[in-house]
Design a binder for this molecule. Sequence first.
Ligand code: BDR
Ligand code: CA
Length: 306
Amino acid sequence: MSQIPIIIDTDPGIDDFLAIMLAKSSSKLDIKAITTVCGNQTLEKTSKNALDIANLLDIEAPVSQGAQIPLDRKLNTAADVHGENGIGNICLEDSSMNFDTRYAWDVIYDEAKKQKGNLEIIAIGPLTNIAIAVLKYPELVKMIKRLTIMGGSTASGNKTEHAEFNIWVDPLAADIVFKAGFNMVMVGLDVTRKTLLSEEDIRDIKDIKSKHSDIIGSLLDEMFKRYKGLENPGVIIHDALAVAYVIDENCLDLKNCNISIETRDDVSVGKTIVNQGNKEKNVLVGVRVDFDLFKRVFESMPLYYK
Ligand code: BDR
Ligand code: CA
């Protein structure tokens, strides 16, 4: 079976961490690079996390750093959700590996050339690196087989009433990416919110003994602590759903939509607006999720690390 070559563009991030673990565990995916972006924490922290995660999981692909700040605004991190170090203050062994010396956008372009139309990107942070890649290399759009993002919402947001965090951090970047013409899939809050893992689900996952049980357990516990205020206790591993979709497309039903991004600095900045009418469709939006399938895909992850 031929594997799907992927680049993960990420801002680890507790759920990014679990999403990377899931990607590495899948025999269907071949991680060609991890590129880092500011978002959940500063670029320095998300990049260190990515390098240490790659070290922990024996990911040999290059880890390369991207944007330090959003395109046209200051960075607002999510330290309240992901902790001061970005991964719930869980300490990993320092990696002895070095970052790739190229910028994230150059790595993406170089790999796209190498993969001759087969490369997929899974972007699970703000879209700053992807926007810079498009601005620098407009031809990239047609060289990427599919861009799957975790971000946006056709209903309410999580950062503000209107906006989801990844889009809200860098709305201009999102605007550039949504308009670019990628074959693009949006895994937004509409579907991730339907994947709340209950306390019992969490216990089941934690019970699977593996080399990384302690870390998986701590990540889930850290998330659980931060989700305590929810009506139903549990955790949503947003970024893992984007990876799960690429592993098994049956996880989501998609609808072809025209989406634009609110970039004006008002209350709805960062909103992903669904435009009705005859506007050309620019993104396939996840509208329904097969939760049982997602759970099966996610729960198979720890088994890989036995
Ligand atoms: C997204 O925001 C980040 O905090 C998470 O890592 C995820 O990518 C969810 O809105
Ligand atoms: Ca993320």
